[in-house]
Write a protein that binds this ligand. Structure first.
Ligand SMILES: C[S@@+](CC[C@H](N)C(=O)[O-])C[C@H]1O[C@@H](n2cnc3c(N)ncnc32)[C@H](O)[C@@H]1O
Ligand SMILES: Nc1nc2[nH]cc(C(=O)O)c2c(=O)[nH]1
Ligand code: SF4
Ligand SMILES: [Mg+2]
Length: 239
């Protein structure tokens, strides 16, 4: 169709539970787009940008019909993740068409590329990258995100692997104290298929992070979470 911008889609799956952040536990479908302007050292979805995965160009109608093939009538929430979904202008049309069907849209992005369609998203998670990722935050850019987005629909989520990341998380929270703030345990074993050992490690890291935050007077109105899908299904894709 004319005027429609195709979106490179890596995978569409669900229904499953949102395993992270502000709507953790919410029944949702996932649409994972290809391509990222970052290259985080520990990215658990590197197949979206490192050439090991293959995307398919799809317009909004194609995506909606795939979602319906998987679960018509059994979902009212779709999470757009990646890669960086904010690379793709065509997502605006997808959100509009989902809303017309009374389906909510959530987005996971790192806060590096602005799209006006972000203001129409029901749950926006901005996940600035801590030092362990090897990426650098453009604070001015992040400031513009935070002024444009509605605080009610927005959250910040920082993944923690080490002390430097924890210090970075504090900076983020202190800069935007009015935005819901989440600390997320980093998964440093993204390739293992040994779910039992992985869960033991992740529980240990979660406990350490909880203990730290509980003693911290600058992190009070915050939430500390694991990746619930990783606890349930390990590093499996499409869950
Ligand atoms: C794969 S990213 C895609 C969306 C976007 N590029 C971003 O980073 O926000 C989705 C979420 O997974 C988090 N994530 C990626 N790798 C992780 C890991 N090894 N452990 C914990 N969280 C991770 C990211 O920080 C982000 O919050
Ligand atoms: N269940 C589930 N929850 C998630 N939350 C964020 C995810 C992502 O990869 O962006 C993700 C994912 O891949 N699966
Ligand atoms: S910004 Fe997100 S998708 Fe991109 S490399 Fe980092 S974690 Fe992976
Ligand atoms: Mg993930």
């Amino acid at each position: 169709m004319t005027g429609q911008k195709p979106i490179p889609v890596m995978e569409i799956f669900g229904p499953t539970i949102q395993g992270e952040g502000m709507v953790i536990g919410r029944k949702t479908m996932f649409v994972r787009t290809g391509g990222c302007d970052y290259r985080c050292r520990w990215c658990d979805s590197a197949f979206t940008w490192d050439g090991t995965g293959k995307s398919k160009p799809m317009v909004a109608e194609d995506i909606i019909s795939k979602l319906d093939t998987l679960a018509a009538g059994r979902f009212d929430h779709v999470t757009l993740s990646g890669g960086n979904p904010a690379l793709h202008a065509g997502i605006g049309d997808l959100i509009h068409k989902l809303h017309a069907k009374n389906i909510q849209a959530a987005v996971e992005t790192q806060g590096t590329i602005w799209q006006d369609w972000l203001t129409h998203v029901d749950d926006v998670t901005i996940s600035p990258k801590p030092p362990s990722s090897g990426m650098e935050t453009d604070w001015k850019k992040l400031d513009t995100f935070m002024t444009k987005l509605s605080p009610q629909k927005t959250s910040l989520k920082v993944v923690i692997f080490n002390e430097e990341d924890y210090a970075f998380a504090k900076l983020v929270h202190m800069r935007y104290p009015h935005i819901s703030f989440f600390l997320q345990v980093g998964n440093d074993d993204i390739h293992t298929t040994d779910d039992t050992t992985l869960l033991t490690q992740l529980r240990y890291h979660y406990e350490q992070l909880i203990e730290k935050v509980m003693l911290d007077s600058t992190l009070t109105n915050v939430r500390v979470l694991p990746q619930l899908h990783t606890w349930m299904w390990g590093n499996k894709r499409g869950v």
